[in-house]
Design a protein around this ligand. Structure first.
Ligand SMILES: [Cu+2]
Length: 169
């Protein structure tokens, strides 16, 4: 019943939008992107690079492209992917990252990540790293990634998996 009412409401909304605006307003890319579970692990003294993980979900109606990432704790922040070549897994720099409408890019160990290069400070658990994403339309999004102790993060992940199994769906 609720879904039927939602559908009818949605239908009215489309009709109303159709009447009120003939020109489709351009969406702001940054507003289409929702960031889930950003995380960066604490570093040891002298470490100069650190990967940042998160999920970037595009909830908008257009594809969105990330063209630049900056961080306040490093000289550079690059988007990296992974390629397999000659039995070795290598990281490769991605000058752009497209997040297609309705889908997500998951950044996780062994896959996409944002590599902080030239860290200007030690990353201490409990603090956070400020990142800024720039999109092809010039809009930008600020993301705060909590700095987490790697061992604790792994434990949390395992506990989360156990809970998922108990939920039954
Ligand atoms: Cu990397």
């Amino acid at each position: 019943m609720a879904t039927l009412i939602n559908r009818i409401a949605l239908l009215f909304l489309f009709v109303a939008v159709g009447f009120t605006s003939t020109v489709h307003a351009k969406e702001v890319a940054a507003k289409s992107i929702k960031v889930h579970k950003p995380v960066v692990y604490a570093t040891l003294p002298g470490t100069t690079t650190a990967p940042v993980y998160m999920e970037l979900k595009n909830v908008g109606s257009e594809n969105v492209t990330v063209t630049r990432v900056n961080s306040t704790v490093s000289v550079k922040a690059e988007i990296h992917g992974h390629i397999h070549s000659g039995g070795m897994m290598k990281m490769n720099y991605q000058p752009k990252l497209e997040i297609r409408k309705g889908s997500s890019v998951v950044m996780e160990p062994g896959g996409y990540h944002i590599m902080l290069i030239g860290l200007n400070k030690k990353l201490v658990a409990g603090e956070q790293v400020e990142l800024s994403f720039t999109f092809s339309d010039g809009s930008s999004l600020t993301v705060f990634a909590p700095i987490t102790d790697m061992k604790k993060a792994m434990q949390l992940k395992q506990n989360g998996m156990k809970m998922d199994m108990h939920s039954g769906h």
